[in-house]
Write a protein that binds this ligand. Sequence first.
Ligand code: ADP
Length: 669
Amino acid sequence: MFNKILIANRGEIACRIIDTAHRMGIQCVAVYSEADRNARHVALADEAFLLGPAPSKDSYLKSDLILQIAKQSGAQAIHPGYGFLSENADFARACESNNIEFIGPPASAIDSMGSKSAAKSIMESANVPLVPGYHGDDQSRELIKNEANRCGYPVLLKAVAGGGGKGMRVVWQESEFDEAFNAARREGESSFGNGDLLVEKYLTKPRHVELQVFADKSGHAVYLADRDCSVQRRHQKVIEEAPAPDIPEDIRCAMGQAAIQAARAINYVGAGTVEFLYDEDGSFYFMEMNTRLQVEHPVSELITRQDLVEWQLRVAAGEDLPLAQEQIQVEGHAIEVRVYAEDPDNDFLPATGTLKYLRTPTENRHVRVDTGVIEGDEVSIYYDPMIAKLIVWDESRDQALSRMSSALKDYQICGLTTNLNFLSNLVQAPAFKAFDVDTGFIEKNQNVLFGEADHNQHQSIALAACYLTLDKKRRSSNPQDPTSPFNQLNNWRLNSSCAHPYELVHGDNSYQVNVLELANGFEITLNNTTYEVKGKLEAEQLTATLNGHQFSVSVFQDGQELTLFQDGHTFTCQRHVEMFGEHEDDTAGSLCAPMNGTVVAILKEPGSKVEAGEGLIVIEAMKMEQTIAAPYEGTVTELFYQPGDLVNEGSELLALTPVSENNSADGDA
Ligand code: ADP
């Protein structure tokens, strides 16, 4: 076995490989780009080397530099992960000629599967079933059109060098052929430098079913069950499960055998995936073979209780496969979702930003999180915006689905747009639960998958107001002086009523909310609805009862924005701070923190009467002190922060009751 390997990748897959390697006592060398200096994979590795600037071509694709680092660091093998150099036959060959083991198949096998048309020819000779179509060398438009007509419409045009769903066009009728042909050819040329096309019968309700295969250098080959990856957006996988549901046992075995034939046909070694289209009538057709470890390999690991990275390392080191076919047992059901920084409501547009707040479900025998990021990390424009893979296992598909729903509730992210709400909707969609699934699933079930769930906005707004009030009260308590009246969480206030007005905005709706303190809780009123509320705030966790209905909500506050995580759904609202209406104007300043900082001094204690312009509180931010002055004449009635407290930009710092209200309050007292 190797003592040291280099991992030519980043993110979750680099971390996942390091985990297994360390468990096997193998040292890991990481490589990283300038954008990844503080990345999790770098921190986990035993050594790490800088490759260059953020763009992949200047870093993770620099094969010569990576080989040089492998030699310099004494790594005996390179694990390419997936993506980047993993299916680059030249890189595999360069490793070979430098006496470094490439943890993957031989270069010749990568070459054979590199072109979709060449792969189909090889599979045809190996008697692996193919979708009817044409994949020959003659690339004239007339010939390909004739072949399309012969297949019968609809047909699919594919760039032979394509991947990742690019370079594909569905043609529904002959009149659309020319335009689709030109578009697929252009996309093939621009994305893969090769405009050659193949044509296939387009199956209208297929499933994507794939087989995990493994082969060793002594010629043994096995398959580790199958996976269903039919739920796709833009021909890319969103959710994967194993074993593939609803496949008769004899067909399952036939697919396994076909996958092994496919692997043998190209003298395969290592981990590979043979992808099939599975038609409604139980027929299946070879689509392509991926010559690497797949993103979705964990679902196969969980149902077979094997570590596929360990298998890869053993096979690469020359050992035989750990198990024979008859020793591979399948147990239970596993499901994986890909948590992405993207906007499902905007055509799954990739999103970027900082993971300002990140909570993940607790990992155990049923729940696994594969990730390469921690709170505070940035999802940049440079790499795939996948944040993590969330994988669950249980004895049945139904139980696994309910595990997934709960785990998704515990996955909480703020700071960028994610597909978490969409994934929650997806695993709860009746058609998904009933496995009424084919590759058109997302399109067919749009009405239940997109947009905000049917959510009670009033309740969420009331919870947000409850949080703001409790947080304010927590801030106003002075830990240094337990006897201080300002530390008592009762409704005692100097010269002020016990009402807390807020304006909260959610989407296009703006809510005027009033929180009134009662002896034993709050009364929260918004839009003519009144809630009797009792609430408790512990760190970021709010437990509140609204009219007898108890809620448990995590809250993240970022400036004026509040995010509530409640039962698998994320609710965001903005606080509109204009508490002092006519008293406040642009020149008079504000009682809110101008930026994130630390409170360094309190200049006026509660009860102090102040003139407009007098200093109230001092904040230090970015090594500069800033005094917050009274925007109008009044009385300081409450302090929400103490010296040493951190404040977020936009947080209200203290309550200053204007002089006119003082008078009436004095009158009441
Ligand atoms: P890529 O290499 O770009 O990922 P694939 O050939 O693997 O392309 O196809 C990606 C997806 O496109 C499949 O998972 C399937 O959903 C769909 N697809 C591919 N070929 C066909 C076909 N002949 N009929 C219907 N759908 C297809």
